[in-house]
Design a protein around this ligand. Sequence first.
Ligand SMILES: NC(=O)c1ccc[n+]([C@@H]2O[C@H](COP(=O)([O-])OP(=O)(O)OC[C@H]3O[C@@H](n4cnc5c(N)ncnc54)[C@H](OP(=O)(O)O)[C@@H]3O)[C@@H](O)[C@H]2O)c1
Length: 214
Amino acid sequence: MHVVITGAGRGIGRALAEWYRAEQDEVTGTARDGSETVRMDVTDPDGPAALARHLQGRAVDLLVCNAGVYLDKGQDLDTGYPDAMWADSFAVNVTGVFRTIQVLLPNLRASAQGRIAIISSQMASQNRAPGGSYIYRASKAAVLNLGRNLAVDLKPQGIAVGIYHPGWVQTDMGGSAADITVDDAAQGLKARFAALDMAHTGCFETWDGRDHPF
Ligand SMILES: NC(=O)c1ccc[n+]([C@@H]2O[C@H](COP(=O)([O-])OP(=O)(O)OC[C@H]3O[C@@H](n4cnc5c(N)ncnc54)[C@H](OP(=O)(O)O)[C@@H]3O)[C@@H](O)[C@H]2O)c1
């Protein structure tokens, strides 16, 4: 199996890449510092295009859109959430995901069973809405919506799309007080991706296999 993982240089993405490689799957990982197969910043206009050039003519069986930022932690409702923070967050968490998927559609179509996994968050949920972190929540809700609509458009082509909450994970983003380790998250997500088929396309699931409320 050939797996493409964005943001594979650290955190959840790195753990996923390690687990797939340990099982002899082929992984094309991306990182901004050149530490992975392809150097890519998803906000760079040529970033996803460079990834597509690197993979030209090669089937991709699973694309994991994992790269993400959480820039508005602790922002103040009255004085915070500047415009640039909205733009920067959406450029990575939404536009970057869309562009990566768009440029790799030929590669996904070339697989017998192309699948797309989008790492969103429980913070995307409309039902579970405790307030705060408006930018991150809005961006993760947007990418959940994007995944749900892609699932419909790509269904006739046999490409399944799943959207996932990876858990509250001990990474640079999640912090050391988070609930689970990167290995717990990666192993759980890997099982969810393996279960992703056309019957489950459009799902919003947690790392440990529960349906997440929209
Ligand atoms: N940790 C949690 O508790 C948690 C909870 C819910 C959802 N998530 C989601 O899970 C995903 C992974 O999070 P994480 O905890 O592993 O975060 P992390 O440790 O902060 O790592 C973030 C990853 O995203 C990449 N990235 C950031 N901006 C990028 C850009 N402009 N272009 C390309 N790559 C970029 C980083 O690459 P560089 O190394 O190049 O910076 C890094 O690999 C994110 O989508 C996050 O929103 C995490």
